[in-house]
Design a protein around this ligand. Structure first.
Ligand code: CAA
Length: 283
């Protein structure tokens, strides 16, 4: 199946990044936000990130114009998905919100279209079961910043069909990304491996083993990570890290995923990282 029209629900950090890469690779994309002001803000962010690419000579000014022309904004999901071959949901990580979005999309999108979710922690199988087409539901997990990171984690729910996985793999390659297929278990692979490392770094701060800068230097200089785990935790959002650790902890019932009490305390204090201006660092 060729993907000729995409709809992305949600224009936040991940949603606008996903729109950016589809539009830049010549695939028209409908961007849905709850209010026009939010949709305009998402397009402004895409514009800014495209300008950064023009300045770095990764694309030229004409490609920037064409990319923006490939994006149409909507505030009505039903309208936005009616001709979409692929719908990607990138709304907040809350099962009830995602379930409602999937209900609207399931009703309005063409029968054969693929319903993908960018979730980093919610079960694809559980979301799929709320729709009339579980075999067409799949995880398409992008990484922040989407225009830069090469991975798309393609998550196969219990009923996801081989055709759907193949189409999503091919689509990811069209975006110059590398798809990696994984099964639907808590945290998939990315967060099952990443979050325990971040949690352990937080435990080191909590126990006074070293301060955040030194822990990050160990991982940057010793293991060639582009960002240390604590800087990365701030970048991802400490609330998001805590939510994912809770999903791992509850999903596997294994104490090795127990969130650090310091992480819980920081989230309780509203110190969520970059988005609130304070986390392990001041931003
Ligand atoms: N759009 C377009 N280009 C961007 C961009 C954006 N939003 N953000 C950065 N870039 C480009 C820059 O223009 C720059 O390009 P050049 O290589 O041509 O110079 C390049 O990316 C590097 O950016 P900077 O020079 O500004 O900064 P940096 O070298 O410190 O890199 C970084 C920034 C790319 C974010 C890097 O630190 C990095 O890779 N960090 C790790 C990010 C990571 O692990 N992300 C995954 C998080 S987990 C997740 O998303 C999923 C989940 O489920 C929680």
């Amino acid at each position: 199946m060729d993907i000729k029209q995409v709809a992305v629900i949600g224009g936040g950090t991940m949603g606008n990044g996903i729109c950016h890469v589809f539009a830049m690779n010549g695939i028209p994309v409908n961007l849905v936000e709850m209010e026009q002001e939010l949709a305009d803000k998402a397009v402004e962010t895409i514009d800014k990130n495209l300008e950064r690419m023009v300045n770095k000579e990764k694309i030229d000014a004409e490609q920037k114009v064409q990319t923006l022309e490939n994006i149409t904004t909507f505030t009505n999901t039903i309208e936005a998905v009616k001709d979409a071959d692929l719908v990607i949901e990138a709304v907040p990580e809350n099962f009830e919100i995602k379930k409602q979005v999937f209900a609207d999309v399931d009703k309005a999108a063409p029968e054969d279209s693929i319903l993908a979710t960018n979730t980093s922690s919610i079960s694809i199988t559980k979301l799929a079961a709320t729709t009339s087409r579980p075999e067409q539901v799949v995880g398409m997990h992008f990484f922040n910043p989407v225009p830069v990171m090469k991975l798309v984690e393609v998550v196969r729910g219990l009923d996801t069909s081989d055709d759907v996985v193949e189409t999503v793999d091919e689509t990811a390659r069209l975006l110059n990304k590398n798809p990696v297929e994984v099964a639907d278990y808590p945290g998939f692979v990315s967060n099952r491996v990443l979050m325990p490392m971040i949690n352990e770094a937080i435990c080191c701060v909590h126990e006074g083993v070293a301060d955040p800068e030194d822990i990050d230097d160990v991982m940057k200089l010793g293991m060639a990570h582009p960002m240390g785990p604590l800087r990365l935790a701030d970048f991802i959002g400490l609330d998001v890290c805590l939510d994912i650790l809770n999903v791992l902890h509850e999903g596997f019932k294994d104490p090795k995923y127990r969130p650090s009490p310091l992480l819980v305390k920081m989230v309780d204090a509203g110190k969520l990282g970059d988005k609130t201006g304070e986390g392990f660092y001041e931003h």
